[in-house]
Design a protein around this ligand. Structure first.
Ligand code: SAM
Length: 193
């Protein structure tokens, strides 16, 4: 069996501990759909749950659709809403109620065009929208890739923003694997209860 990268394993542990059936989740960078699928499997057993996924690339949406159709029942697949639009438009899509989790897996589409990558300014803007959209006990998960130029800039800007969030209102942590410089890192922003 393929060994999952540590940042993905850790992120999934957080998602599993946080989400419950009945929740709404958003995948703000759905890519090939692996994270969307995992989120779907965690919550869609409850018929009121739905997953909303966003990506700007048609090939990403197509690839995600193929993966989801293969692994989900038709009823569950119907409740995964794939949006070929930027995550700057997260608030343009009507949601039945506030999402409890919004995930970002930054960078470029694996196997795709490396020039089409998430960008610091738009990612920050989108995360600000997410902070507004979240349910009262919601959380935002971000996987950062400082191993490439834009990714390093993006991570720095996000960590800077997150470290200034009110500690009364937010629980914030940043996990990095300190004996592996430039390896992916994981940021978790949870509304403090
Ligand atoms: N979560 C994916 C998976 O499980 O396969 C991997 C995501 S991949 C690392 C990052 C994705 O972000 C790419 O597919 C890219 O097209 C997408 N992306 C880049 N800019 C975006 C934007 N402004 N809005 C939404 N998606 C964007």
């Amino acid at each position: 069996m393929e060994k999952s990268a540590p940042h993905l394993t850790l992120a999934k542990q957080y998602w599993r501990a946080h989400l419950k059936p009945g929740d709404i989740a958003i995948d703000a960078t759905c890519g090939n759909g692996h994270d969307t699928l995992y989120l779907s499997q965690l919550i869609l057993s409850d018929p009121s749950s739905a997953v909303f996924a966003f990506d700007i690339q048609p090939e990403a949406i197509l690839s995600a659709e193929t993966l989801l159709k293969k692994h989900l029942s038709p009823d569950h697949f119907r409740r995964v809403l794939l949006n070929r639009r930027t995550h700057l438009e997260l608030n343009a899509v009507p949601l039945p109620y506030s999402p409890r989790l919004i995930v970002y897996n930054l960078g470029y589409l694996p196997g795709g065009n490396k020039q089409v990558t998430t960008k610091t300014d738009t990612t920050l803007e989108s995360i600000k929208l997410s902070l507004e959209l979240l349910a009262d006990d919601g959380a935002i998960s971000v996987m950062c890739y400082p191993g490439h130029g834009e990714g390093a800039k993006e991570e720095k800007a996000l960590v800077d923003m997150a470290s200034h969030m009110s500690s009364q209102d937010w629980t914030v942590c940043h996990h990095k694997w300190i004996n592996r410089p430039n390896s992916p890192t994981f940021l978790w922003l949870a509304k403090a209860s």
